[in-house]
Design a protein around this ligand. Structure first.
Ligand code: IPE
Ligand code: IPE
Ligand code: MG
Length: 251
């Protein structure tokens, strides 16, 4: 029996507080540009928003928060910006790991780790290990993550573990090998910064997630902006393939 139900195999329970919120933190560069500052200042400011959003999730009772910090395609950016982002990630890990632990937050990093600096990897391992038994909120940072990479690595690892499944396997066989196997599928997806696309984020896991797009740039994404997103989520009717009548009959 799988730990969490799959939205395509079963009907997940929908609650008024999203259990799992996944966010694409976009718009840092434009936030800085508007202020005639270099793009990296927007990234710096963005870290503060992360801190606030984590607090808001705890206050709301969200159990899982997943943040897209760096995509597998973000290596295409100018080398200086990539370097700055890696440095910022390292700095934030060093500074915040103990605080996360104090607040009973579990930190998990998903993504392809093979391109990271060994020192950064060491820091990631240490923070994950320190916080692994925390239960209040699971904060997942997707770094060098890509939805296609996730599906490919899951298939490769599954076939390695079960070579007999080459010709036939099920969703349930694959599920434990996907990066977010430890979490229910996201209930609410939020993308800041105005673009309405998934940008190769959680492709598998967003199958039945409610999508919310806002023009607010990530550094400006405050408590009120988050509240608007959750309000919008609360107004959705999550049918998972059924009719509206079926839902009211079961209520
Ligand atoms: C998101 O902000 C942060 C990362 C992708 C790391 P951007 O840097 O994409 O900001 P915009 O979209 O250029 O404004
Ligand atoms: C998506 O933002 C990735 C992250 C927020 C980490 P981008 O700004 O890189 O996305 P695109 O390239 O505009 O789709
Ligand atoms: Mg962007």
């Amino acid at each position: 029996m799988a730990l969490f139900s799959s939205s395509t195999q079963d009907i997940p329970e929908a609650s008024s507080v999203p259990r799992h919120v996944a966010m694409i933190m976009d718009g840092n560069g434009r936030w800085a540009k508007k202020r005639f500052m270099p793009r990296i200042m927007g990234h710096k400011r963005g870290v503060e928003t992360v801190r606030d959003v984590v607090k808001q999730c705890i206050d709301l009772g969200v159990e899982y928060l997943t943040l897209f910090a760096f995509s597998s395609e973000n290596w295409r950016r100018p080398p200086d910006e990539v370097k700055f982002l890696m440095g910022l990630f390292m700095e934030a890990l060093k500074r915040e790991a103990a605080k996360l632990h104090e607040n009973q937050i579990r930190l998990v990093m998903i993504g392809d780790r093979s391109r990271f600096d060994p020192l950064l990897l060491k820091e990631i391992h240490a923070a994950e290990k320190l916080t692994e038994h925390n239960k209040r909120l699971t904060l997942t940072i997707a770094a060098n993550y890509g939805g296609r990479w996730d599906m490919m690595q899951a298939m490769q690892r599954m076939l390695h573990a079960h070579p007999e499944k080459t010709s036939s396997f099920s969703e349930q066989d694959l599920a434990p090998f996907l990066s977010m196997h430890y979490a229910p599928e996201p209930d609410l997806f939020i993308r800041t910064g105005g673009e309405q696309r998934i940008s190769n984020f959680l492709l598998w896991q967003l199958a039945y997630t409610e999508l919310y797009f806002t023009d607010t740039l990530w550094p400006d994404f405050d408590r009120e902006a988050f509240r608007l997103a959750v309000d919008s989520y609360r107004q959705r009717e999550r049918r998972f393939g059924r009719t509206s009548e079926q839902l009211t009959r079961n209520a």
